[in-house]
Design a protein around this ligand. Structure first.
Ligand code: PPS
Length: 562
């Protein structure tokens, strides 16, 4: 017998054709909400029953109960809130009992929510309860801080599942997966959920885990936040496909999981166990390797205890995750705790792998399979063949434009790639002429620069950007955008305020001190010093040529030029 869905029934929320016609008709007069990428993931999980027994987005009472007691209102164990944040403007237009259309990024109507509650989430308290910290640097806290506090809760009726044009044959819904398992006679199934490519170690570990449990294997790559424009994503999925023939035939299934990661440790593991169970799995292994940004979903040392205590209720066993390392003697991978004494081992960390790819160095055969290595190498050309963005940040008058111009000329002299200068003034004139200097407008300005820089980098060029960019969060967003298709180098032009003010070439500091210019960075508006700059230059004691040389040396050392 296959394991039952969590709560007994698979709650698929997509309605039949007649009801869909009715709702489509009503939708013309309904207010609607355009879902973010993360909200789209949550809705998809709800619609296809991945979050069974949930039938909609949570109300305040459900949210409070989940945060404080890890329970739904009927007492069912449920670890994490599933909420729908909306804008305050939209909330003002809604009342309890209304219907709200939910649309995807292109405006296609996917569902209708019957409003049962309009309420305010306490994201700080939620972070403390669910992620276990309020540290603003923690990825789980960062995600929650981005969510607007106003939420709408209520049951959802689905019109259709979101459309995916990428790897559509690998996007099985729980019902389809369960049917496949049934046809193949899979009863015990180990789910392996990962955000990273799989290599020999992961193959050995998943194979061994399923063999020990006398179970089959279900590889569920978590692809929630991977935008279809992210080149790595395609390579990653192709690598999973290449791995399948390395398992005995008829013992493994692969399907992509559109889950938005919450980085919530033990509670996240429980949520994933529920999702895995809804797909028909009895066991779960969560990859605990850090992702490209060093973020970890689950840390066995810290988080396993709480999950193990709840696994009887979840009816899904969490399998311990030992590190598997290459043993030279036996030419196999073994769990670290089962290595023979004095074994000669080899390891390559995710950072080590990335560094090798960036430098165009060989990936050793003992680490991965030849076709997987070829795929990764193709998707991650060495830095000298990639486009990149040089992103200067610093106060007005710090010397960003001067440095950017000198570096631009140096890179043009090299002639390796086309160079585009997106200086603060140029952008303000051409791309952002309607914007002022409020935080909101500055963030829009920087996102626009990031978008253009990302496109240039993705297509093999060099974008040199030189805005003030005073806020850390949006700088980080831009880094992510650009790194999806190229390199990103943050240069902090750290000339102190006193020096910038002393120079005051545009007379602008004087006006700011006199209050004629409001919200002026460094005087009446904040500048958040970057902690993640690749290069830091103080122009008070360096000529532009010396500063530019420092940047060129970094580019050479990091493998972008030379
Ligand atoms: S931001 O914050 O990144 O969007 O700013 P940016 O697009 O780089 O624009 C900065 C230039 O605009 C002039 N200016 C101001 N700067 C800061 N605060 C206020 N309120 C302001 N008003 C006008 C200023 O001359 C900046 O030019 P640079 O070249 O940096 O000196």
């Amino acid at each position: 017998m296959m394991i039952s869905p969590y709560g007994g029934v698979l709650c698929e929320l997509v309605v039949d054709l007649d009801r869909r016609r009715e709702l489509d008709e009503q939708l013309r007069d309904l207010v609607s909400w355009d879902l973010s990428l993360r909200q789209l993931c949550d809705l998809e999980l709800l619609l296809f029953g991945g979050f069974s027994p949930l039938r909609g987005f949570m109300t305040r009472a459900e949210y409070d109960s989940v945060c404080s007691k890890m329970q739904l209102l009927d007492g069912t164990l449920w670890p994490l809130p599933v909420t729908l944040s909306i804008s305050a403007d939209l909330a003002d237009k809604l009342s309890v009992g209304d219907q709200l259309g939910l649309r995807d990024l292109e405006g296609v109507a996917l569902a209708v929510l019957k409003v049962a509650d309009i309420w305010q989430a306490d994201r700080q308290a939620e972070a403390q309860a669910c992620v276990g910290t309020n540290d603003p640097q923690h990825p789980g806290v960062e995600i929650l801080a981005d969510e607007a506090p106003v939420c709408v809760g209520g049951r959802v009726e689905g019109l259709r599942l979101p459309t995916h044009y990428d790897f559509s044959s690998l996007r099985l819904i729980p019902r389809e997966v369960r049917n496949r398992f049934a046809k193949r006679g899979f009863q015990k199934v180990v789910a392996y959920q990962t955000c990273e490519p799989m290599h020999r170690a992961e193959q050995a570990m998943t194979f061994q885990a399923s063999r020990e449990q006398q179970a089959n294997l279900f590889i569920q790559p978590v692809i929630g936040e991977a935008s279809p424009e992210n080149l790595d994503y395609y390579a990653r999925v192709r690598c999973y496909q290449m791995l399948l023939p390395r398992y005995p035939s008829n013992t493994v299934e692969l399907s992509l999981l559109p889950l938005a990661t919450r980085f919530a440790g033990a509670r996240e593991a429980m949520l994933r166990a529920i999702v895995a169970r809804n797909f028909g799995c009895t066991h779960l292994i969560i990859d605990s390797k850090p992702d490209q940004e060093g973020r970890v979903v689950f840390d066995p040392a810290k988080d396993a205890e709480l999950v193990l205590a709840q696994q009887a209720q979840l009816e899904v066993s969490l399998l311990p995750f030992a590190q598997w390392v290459y043993d030279e003697d036996s030419d196999t991978y073994l769990p670290e705790d089962r290595l023979p004494a004095g074994a000669l081992t080899r390891r390559l960390s995710p950072e080590g792998l990335r560094a090798r790819l960036q430098a165009g160095r060989k990936i050793p055969d003992w680490y991965s399979y030849p076709d997987v290595i070829a795929e990764l190498t193709k998707a991650n050309p060495p830095r000298r063949q990639q486009g990149f963005s040089l992103f200067f940040t610093g106060l007005s008058g710090a010397g960003k434009s001067t440095l950017a111009n000198v570096v631009m000329v140096r890179l043009m002299e090299l002639g390796s790639r086309p160079v585009t200068l997106l200086d603060g003034d140029i952008v303000r004139r051409n791309l952002s002429s309607e914007l002022g200097f409020s935080k909101e407008h500055r963030d829009i300005n920087i996102r626009r620069i990031g978008f253009v820089a990302g496109e240039i980098s993705k297509n093999g060029g060099i974008a040199i950007c030189a805005p003030i960019a005073p806020y850390h969060k949006v700088r980080k967003e831009v880094r992510r955008m650009v790194e999806a298709g190229g390199g990103f180098v943050l240069v902090h032009v750290a000339t102190p305020l006193g020096e910038c003010e002393k120079r005051d070439r545009k007379g602008i500091y004087k006006k700011a001190r006199a209050g004629i210019i409001k919200e002026f960075t460094g005087i009446s508006d904040p500048y958040q010093e970057p902690q993640d700059a690749e290069v830091t230059i103080d122009t008070s004691d360096q000529t532009p040529d010396e500063g530019a040389q420092q940047i060129m040396l970094y580019l050479e050392k990091a493998g972008y030029i030379g």
